[in-house]
Design a protein around this ligand. Structure first.
Ligand code: 0X9
Ligand code: CA
Ligand code: CA
Ligand code: ZN
Length: 418
């Protein structure tokens, strides 16, 4: 009988941590050597026009710092173009793996599904699970409907919330799950919530880019994955793929390597199509039932409204003065509640093919985008509760406006009396 020799055991014991460390720190598989997007700081741009010029290179502007410095995700060709504009560019350190570790309180895709299943089991009268389609890799795009008599499509104004369309924006899914918990757990004891649930039909989809989310989170042990897009072979920025003025205005990229790649055609991405078809399916008797829409992103502490494709505040036939004033007034009230900065989306920089330009431009749903706080895509898990609590009231406020958004400007009699 051969006993393992002590020296071999010692060698293995010494080597094991080294081997594990090598495995864990192996570099992420890049699309092609030297072409992967990284995060950079860009100083120089000070106006929306100058930020748009940066965005036109295809770089994703992740945040605007208080001093005006941009945090961008970009590929080398875009960085070269940004330098050509005369700006100063420095590389940002990738978030440490520990800062993104999955063994935290951020929900995995499976945990999110389990949470929805538990909610609908616990509150079957007011919460129903809805699967509206599948992602490119076949994962369910899943959410909940919350309302009284939830199994019945009642004649009640509807509100729609989506989150995590950008894979790495993890706080957004937590925010959507928190809204689901607030509405279901608060129903019995909180009259504001009971009234809302009884008089609205509220749709909440916490992870509308599940393939990207799983990819981003599976790679937690590898620094700097920072995934944004979906997982088609030529990965698409879903928030540039919506079919309203798609690719019109330099607010997206035609380069499939870019973080803002708009795809080969409008709604080419399966995830986009699942969302647009769901929204279209809410047209009942010729009327869009969804009255308010929120797309939750991170980070930047912003409340945004359409349009993003043009600097114009109003557009003949597409955004009237009253419609603009309604967006602006509600947007400012939401911002007053959560402490964010309210502005038209294009005040930040021009984008085209975004969710909210389509939900307003094509469907006439009053539409908003939040950029949550946190200062990065992966706030420390210990901060999740406070960050999520900070927007709770603003989310309820938006749902309250579903009865008649024009109420915000005192014109409910003119627009909502029928
Ligand atoms: O660029 C985006 O898609 C959003 N920023 S993020 O850092 N989350 O990627 C902002 C979009 C703003 N424009 C519109 N909502 N129209
Ligand atoms: Ca109902
Ligand atoms: Ca209905
Ligand atoms: Zn985003």
């Amino acid at each position: 009988m051969v006993k393992p020799s002590r020296p071999l055991g010692v060698v293995l014991a010494l080597l094991l941590p080294v081997l594990l460390a090598l495995t864990v720190t192996a570099p992420a598989r890049a699309a092609a050597p030297g072409t992967a997007a990284k995060q950079y700081l860009v100083s120089g741009p000070a106006t929306a026009g100058q930020r748009t010029a940066v965005a036109r290179t295809g770089a994703a502007i992740d945040a605007v710092r208080p001093d005006g410095t941009l945090e961008v995700s970009a590929i080398p060709s875009e960085i070269a173009a940004i330098r050509k504009l005369g700006h100063t560019v420095t590389v940002l350190a990738a978030p440490k793996p520990s800062a993104t570790a999955a063994a935290t309180s951020y929900h995995t895709f499976a945990e999110m599904q389990a949470s929805l299943n538990a909610t609908v089991a616990a509150y079957p009268q007011i919460a129903r699970k809805v699967v509206i389609g599948q992602s490119y890799q076949g994962r369910d795009i899943v959410g909940v409907k919350i309302s009284d008599n939830v199994a019945t499509d009642e004649n009640e104004p509807e509100a729609l919330y989506i989150a995590n369309i950008h894979a790495r924006e993890r706080l957004t899914a937590e925010t959507a799950l928190d809204l689901i918990a607030t509405l279901t757990q608060g129903y019995a004891g909180n009259t504001r919530i009971r009234d809302l649930v009884n008089t609205r039909e509220i749709w909440i989809f916490p992870m509308v880019n599940p393939d990207g989310q799983v990819y981003d989170m599976t790679s937690d042990t590898q620094p700097g994955r920072m995934w944004r897009k979906n997982r088609q072979p030529a990965a698409v920025d879903l928030n540039r793929n919506f079919p309203y003025r798609w690719g019109c205005c330099g607010g997206s990229s035609g380069n499939s390597g870019s973080e803002t790649y708009r795809g080969p055609s409008a709604e080419s991405a399966p995830e986009t199509r699942v969302l647009t078809n769901f929204v279209r399916s809410r047209v009942v008797g010729g009327r869009q039932q969804i009255k308010v829409f929120l797309d939750i992103h991170s980070y930047g502490n912003l409340v945004l409204w359409p349009f993003g494709y043009t600097y114009s505040d109003t557009v003949p036939g597409a955004l009237s003065a009253d419609e603009e004033a309604t967006h602006r007034t509600i947007g400012r009230q939401l911002a007053a509640s959560n402490g964010f900065t309210p502005q038209q989306a294009s005040d930040l920089y021009i984008t085209d093919g975004t969710t909210d330009d389509w939900t307003w431009g094509d469907q006439r749903i009053f539409s908003f985008t939040f950029e949550l706080g946190g200062g990065g895509f992966y706030p420390a898990p210990s901060r999740i509760d406070a960050l999520v609590a900070g927007v709770r009231d603003s989310l309820l406020r938006m749902t309250e406006y579903a009865d008649c958004p024009y109420r915000a400007i005192g014109k409910q009699a003119q627009y909502c009396s029928a």
